[in-house]
Design a protein. Structure first.
Lengths: 104, 198
């Protein structure tokens, strides 16, 4: 029962992450949607798989290792994409831009 | 002007003394033991077998790898206390506490993104935040944690004169004041990280 709840929550979060990728105005706000929703949705789905599968306990722990790797790597990748986008000259639609003040 | 320069020089000298004290490395065998414990836990989870031959092979192989790579994982750990109490404190108390905090922050940030997608009430901006951490590993973990907390995404890190600054893209800018923005963005995670990294 609880694994169905985790699975539905993961699908819900992934759906709204994809919707945010389509609706937000520029690169940086779109990265907000993808970084957080992909991490949370993937971890939730992996927890549901670990609870639902009939592996022994070490097999279930491997799902948690994958979840930990995703939680470490996904913010790093989004940070790299945001920095590369800024360096290649895409201006953010923002009310204040302190990064442009210090790197003219 | 003269007084100001002298005062500034005193500050920089104190800063250098502090950092050179904090940046002292742990003794070599403590570095090896901490790396070995982390690698051996990973071996047990990945192999999944508890027979003596597997355990002895794993212990030997991870010990060799720990001797070779002892500088990579433990380079920035703050040196306080005895080895066993420190290792037990890190592995049994601090890391589960961090995972617990981050799980709930991640849940909150997901729900906040759902709210932002539905109502489009965004007001984005890039703010500059000062960090009290100075080591590379500590800044990396802090930037990753900021990316996973609600409404913020780290763009870049600069270190000038021993002071580290983070550029954070904030989806709903509430304040431009540096200290208030730092309080809102970093929260309790930085104080938590200062217990491990310098």
């Amino acid at each position: 029962m609880i694994e169905l709840l985790f699975l539905l929550f993961g699908i819900f979060i992934m759906f709204f992450g994809a919707l945010g990728l389509l609706r937000f105005p520029d690169v940086y706000t779109r990265l907000h949607a993808t970084a957080k929703c992909d991490t949370g949705g993937a971890i939730s789905i992996l927890l549901a798989l670990a609870l639902a599968s009939d592996f022994p306990i070490t097999g279930k722990l491997k799902f948690l290792v994958i979840a930990f790797m995703i939680a470490m790597i996904n913010p790093m990748v989004s940070h790299a994409i945001a920095r590369a986008a800024y360096k290649s000259g895409i201006k953010p639609k923002a009310v204040v831009d302190m990064y442009a003040w210090d790197n003219p | 002007m003269h007084f100001y320069l002298r005062q500034r020089l005193e500050e920089v000298r104190k800063r250098v003394l502090y950092e050179s004290y904090e940046a002292q490395k742990l003794p070599a065998w403590e570095r090896i033991v901490i790396t070995w414990m982390a690698l051996f836990a990973f071996w047990i989870v990945i192999s999944g077998k508890f027979s003596p031959s597997h355990m002895i092979t794993g212990a030997l192989v991870t010990l060799i790898v720990a001797v070779v790579t002892r500088d990579f994982l433990t380079d920035d750990i703050r040196q306080t206390g005895h080895l066993i109490s420190k290792a037990a404190y890190i592995f049994l108390f601090l890391i589960p506490q961090y995972l617990f905090i981050m799980a709930f922050r991640l849940l909150e940030s997901n729900l906040k993104v759902v709210k932002n997608v539905l109502f489009m009430d965004i007001n984005p901006g890039i703010v500059k935040v000062k960090s009290n951490l100075h080591s590379n590993t500590g800044l990396t973990v802090l930037a990753n944690s900021i990316t996973l907390t609600p409404g913020t995404l780290t763009l870049d890190v600069t270190k000038k004169l021993g002071e580290a600054y983070l550029y954070v893209h904030w989806i709903d800018v509430e304040t431009l004041d540096g200290e208030k923005a730092g309080m809102k963005i970093k929260g309790e995670i930085e104080e938590w990280l200062k217990k491990i990294f310098w």
